[in-house]
Design a protein around this ligand. Sequence first.
Ligand SMILES: Cc1cc2nc3c(=O)[nH]c(=O)nc-3n(C[C@H](O)[C@H](O)[C@H](O)COP(=O)(O)OP(=O)(O)OC[C@H]3O[C@@H](n4cnc5c(N)ncnc54)[C@H](O)[C@@H]3O)c2cc1C
Length: 384
Amino acid sequence: MAERYDLIVCGVGGIGSAALLAAAQAGLRVLGIEQFGYAHDRGSSHGQTRIIRTAYFEHPDYVPLAQESWRAWEEIQRRSDTLLLRSTGLIQVGLPESEVVRGVLASARRYDLPVREMTSAEVESRWPVFRIDPNEVGVFEEQAGYLRVERCVAQMIAQAKESGAEFLANQRVVSWNVEDNGDVVFRTTTGEFRALRAVLAAGPWSSQLIGDLGLDLRVVRKQQQWFQMDRPDVHEANGLSCFLFDQPDGVFYGFPAIDSLGVKVAEHSGGDAVSDPTMVDRELHDVEYQRVLDFVRKRFRFSRIRLTHYSVCMYTKSVDEHFIVDRHPQFPQVSFVCGLSGHGFKFAPVLGRHAVGLVSGRPNPHCRFLGLRRLAIEPGAARN
Ligand SMILES: Cc1cc2nc3c(=O)[nH]c(=O)nc-3n(C[C@H](O)[C@H](O)[C@H](O)COP(=O)(O)OP(=O)(O)OC[C@H]3O[C@@H](n4cnc5c(N)ncnc54)[C@H](O)[C@@H]3O)c2cc1C
């Protein structure tokens, strides 16, 4: 019989690497199984940067998780010799009644967060590179910035290994089941691995592992694009913060230039459906390129611009676009994290810890709102 781990993490991307770290630091004998390599570019956790913010427009219930995550990233950063987290602040712009502006202010009020309301003229005066309509407003959040996404994943795996975790790359889990004695057994392309408990963190591949739960996850293709502009003030070193615009035709966001690739810009809204995440089309599509370029032309002042790089990534959307983190209704020794809906990376340390906590008797009470209960999935309704 194969040796038995305390816990197996299936899928070691953004969330799985955090779960691996949490389990190892809790003293568990843990194995992570990943179908690709370290911090790879084929799932949802690549493309240089991810925004981290606290005054959460999607729902105030995320605020305690964001605060805890910020502290956790600082701790991971402290143990690392490379830069992971940069606090640049975040300017969010929209009409006063837009979802983003209203949502940021609601979270800031509920948790007494320092957020500065700005008129369009104030935004343009602080960042002359931007064009803001007179009827729009800005909300600037100081405790926000970006995470170097691949470095974060690589660091979490490295720190997990330092704490005793085992990591198996290039091994795809083909199936899993729970045996009569309660062991969770994973079959990969080359072998069989068993554990007392398991965390499933398969990102866009989640439906292949927990399709029995009927979660209606929708994977969509997202493009990230980098532009060089002939303005020195688009550089982080010259004071540009991260930015997010809630426009009537979509939500667009981006990052200051941090190297020669230039400013990174992407659209949060929209995205074409992906039927097989392994086969996602990685080409730059004209329509998406044009939408982002139109946004950049509308919002930035410059005279010359050049696309330097692009990258295709995937969102896995839940029905309500909130994360789904819970125990499997039929197998309490198995937890899962999925449906991060394009905003989950910043929370990785907290979600990873919670996923381990769910199967070790130490769940995070602040994560309760992310459970299955809201989706009316009843225990026992799943596979047989
Ligand atoms: C373009 C883009 C921009 C984003 N911007 C932000 C942002 O600014 N801020 C933010 O907080 N979030 C953002 N997100 C969302 C965030 O990046 C994702 O929610 C998060 O990284 C997802 O992590 P994950 O672990 O669920 O998925 P992944 O990182 O894809 O990890 C899943 C892992 O499971 C592995 N796997 C799957 N099936 C198997 C199997 N059968 N066997 C073995 N291994 C398997 C995969 O190979 C993969 O490594 C963005 C996402 C994208 C795509």
